[in-house]
Design a protein around this ligand. Structure first.
Ligand code: SF4
Length: 283
């Protein structure tokens, strides 16, 4: 039995050797945490806390409670070795960004009575009839919107750019969650996918038809078959190597005259092959 997440599938699509290092050999390498990832983590934790108070205690936090929780979590978890790549910014700038994201979100969404059922909802379902392989994921927030008679899958983004409309139509991660919710509650139910781009105080919505979801499941089954058949795990060198935790041990970069990023033209071409990953990198 194997458990596949969206990120595991994307890794195989990007570079088979990276997949082998990470999921088969399970190599442990030290990965430096970036300030963007840290900010995303603390904002997610704060929104989780806010909605859990509502679900479990029917309590609406005031804005001071929210800012306090964010500040305390930031101070408790911040480490001096967190990587800040943008020289003109400091950790204080990122801290203030987080506060701004939360203030905007609070004003727009209070009193948070939208029918939230669960935060960080775990999704795990078999992808094949024999239950050999499973899909695993976590929904930031699941809502049953009684007014509009639909389920909603909410996802928070703290990155500094919004992908194109096509990227949302192609997004596999939330589409998989949509399939999981329909599988649980019925394929006749409407499921809306909602991304919150906190830096822009903007929501993007999309949805998938049942036919589109069936097609997606077929494609994932074929991809898993391809993964299971793979013996060689060749590398695929690309601009994405600069974000790969295995670059220092990767044969593609050993003795390379230029262990550098490919030219910007090649890099763009490479990145276009991986729309899903491109989205994360931009963030
Ligand atoms: S550095 Fe590049 S080629 Fe090497 S494993 Fe990572 S993604 Fe693959």
């Amino acid at each position: 039995m194997a458990v596949y997440s969206h990120s595991r599938l994307s890794t195989f699509e990007q570079c088979k050797l990276k997949y082998k290092f990470r999921y088969i050999d399970k190599l442990e390498v030290e990965v430096e945490e970036t300030i963007e990832a840290f900010l995303g983590h603390v904002v997610h934790s704060t929104l989780e806390y806010l909605y859990n108070k509502k679900i479990r205690e029917n309590k609406t936090l005031n804005i001071d409670d929210v800012v306090m929780f964010f500040t305390e979590t930031w101070q408790k978890e911040f480490k001096q070795n967190i990587l800040i790549n943008k020289n003109h910014l400091t950790d204080k700038d990122y801290f203030e960004m987080g506060i701004r994201f939360l203030l905007d979100y609070y004003v727009k969404n209070a009193p948070f009575d939208d029918g939230t059922l669960e935060t960080e909802k775990k999704i795990l379902f078999p992808i094949d009839e024999n239950e050999n392989n499973f899909i695993l994921g976590y929904i930031d927030r699941l809502v049953l919107n009684k007014k509009l008679n639909r389920f909603e899958i909410h996802d928070y983004k703290t990155g500094g750019s919004i992908p194109s409309k096509e990227k949302f139509e192609e997004d596999r991660q939330l589409a998989l969650y949509s399939y999981a919710i329909k599988r649980m509650y019925g394929f006749d139910k409407e499921v809306k996918l909602i991304w919150h781009y906190l830096a822009f105080n903007q929501e993007i919505q999309s949805s998938r038809t049942n036919d589109e979801l069936e097609d997606l499941i077929k494609r994932i089954k074929n991809l898993i078959k391809e993964i299971e058949r793979e013996k060689e795990f060749p590398y695929t060198k690309s601009a994405l190597c600069d974000w790969c935790e295995f670059k220092s041990i990767c044969p593609a970069w050993q003795n390379s005259v230029s262990a550098q990023t490919p030219s910007s033209k090649d890099a763009k071409k490479d990145l276009e092959k991986y729309p899903t990953l491109l989205k994360y990198i931009k963030e």
